[in-house]
Design a binder for this molecule. Structure first.
Ligand code: TRP
Length: 361
């Protein structure tokens, strides 16, 4: 069986370093591993509209931002199909059929949907489209017969829902759809990178994100004001690593070679942590090191973005080409689905014959 990746992001803002360690970095590795037959990376504008119905311009503006972020981290249109969800109408058709395989109570139990409803104060009036987006996400995944879905752990319930739909569909109509596997980040710190203020989630409204497109100076300023251990006041005080954002970021970003290059007094992160816990190591020194590490990772991304920004029509062209390829793949699956459901009336010769027999008697 061929190995196929499908994943994507809602275009509600520029992508940040949390997206990077949580998923983007891995995608590029997977892309370059050569192990996958097809890779589809989707800008999920239709899903973003399910809770931004009043604000379509925000989504429209951010499609290109996300595309630039994708290209800048090294997703290569020659290897990965970058496309826009709303341009693939086959996806909505699949959703319409899958809706019959899912109950309202099952959707109500989806932990991600539950949390998001609370976060958006939707309790009193949930848009139906938003409520059913796990079904639409199942269409995104199954339309491409994805075997592998690299996403953050917040997407686990979506994958569960997708697998249930696949099993249900296949048991009712025959084996057509493929059960996908989630691929989570392998590093604990990458599962959910905290905001620069130490809050669990990076979010634009909290102003605690480091964006991939931030300037070198922005990144430095954000790191220098990062949350650390509030009880670590004098340099000689012993410090805490746990919940210390600077160390969480180092867990996510630092590599052994960074020590040799930027902080040769230490061999590795464990030694640095030990010194911090003992006391005698100041926050500023650790922050400067983190700044070097992060700038090292972000500089090539920034440079690539600047190149693509010079030819925006070409970026739209990349998305158009990717969407054409995606549409073809989704159309093939949709045709199989309709055949399995026996709603392919006009190509069903046996049906037409059977009906004419019935009436010629
Ligand atoms: N729900 C994802 C997010 O919020 C975006 C998304 C839509 C997606 N469809 C998908 C991710 C299919 C993986 C697979 O970012």
């Amino acid at each position: 069986m061929s190995k196929i990746i499908l994943t994507g992001d809602r275009p509600t803002g520029r992508l940040h370093v949390g997206h990077y360690v949580g998923s983007l970095r891995r995608r590029v590795e997977l892309q370059n591993s050569g192990e996958f037959d097809k890779i589809f990376i989707m800008i999920a504008d239709a899903q973003a509209l399910t809770d931004n119905a009043d604000n379509p311009e925000k989504i429209r503006q951010n499609v290109i931002e996300v595309a630039l972020d994708y290209l800048s981290v090294g997703l290569d249109p020659a290897k990965s199909n970058l496309f826009i969800q709303s341009q693939i109408s086959e996806l909505t058709e699949l959703s319409f059929f899958y809706m019959n395989l899912v109950t309202v109570s099952r959707l109500q139990r989806n932990p991600t949907v539950k949390a998001e409803i609370q976060m958006r104060n939707f309790e009193a009036s949930i848009p139906v489209g938003f409520f059913t987006y796990p079904i639409s996400q199942a269409s995104d995944i199954t339309a491409f017969k994805a075997t592998t879905v690299p996403v953050g752990e917040d997407q686990l319930p979506m994958l569960e829902q997708t697998k249930e739909i696949v099993r249900k569909f296949n048991s009712v109509y025959g084996e057509v759809l493929v059960e996908p596997e989630i691929l989570l980040p392998d590093n604990e710190a990458c599962l959910r990178l905290p905001g620069t203020d130490g809050k669990a989630k990076m979010s634009k409204s909290l102003g605690n994100c480091i964006y991939l497109s931030d300037t070198e100076e922005d990144v430095r300023a954000k790191i220098m004001s990062m949350y650390t251990d509030p009880d670590h006041i004098k340099i000689t005080d012993p410090g805490k690593i746990e919940g210390n954002t600077v160390f969480t970021y180092l867990d996510a970003f630092s590599k052994p070679e960074h020590f040799a290059e930027f902080l040769p007094e230490y061999n590795n992160l464990d030694e640095l942590k030990e010194h911090y816990k003992r006391g005698g190591l100041g926050d500023v020194k650790v922050k400067k090191f983190l700044n070097n590490v992060l700038q090292d990772e972000l500089a090539p991304i920034r440079a690539r973005r600047a190149e693509f920004e010079k030819d925006i029509p070409e970026v739209y062209n990349i998305l158009k080409k990717g969407s054409d390829v995606a549409r073809e793949a989704a159309a093939e699956t949709l045709a199989e689905v309709k055949r399995a459901m026996k709603i392919n009336y006009f190509e069903d010769k046996a049906l037409i014959e059977e009906q004419s027999e019935k009436y010629s008697r």
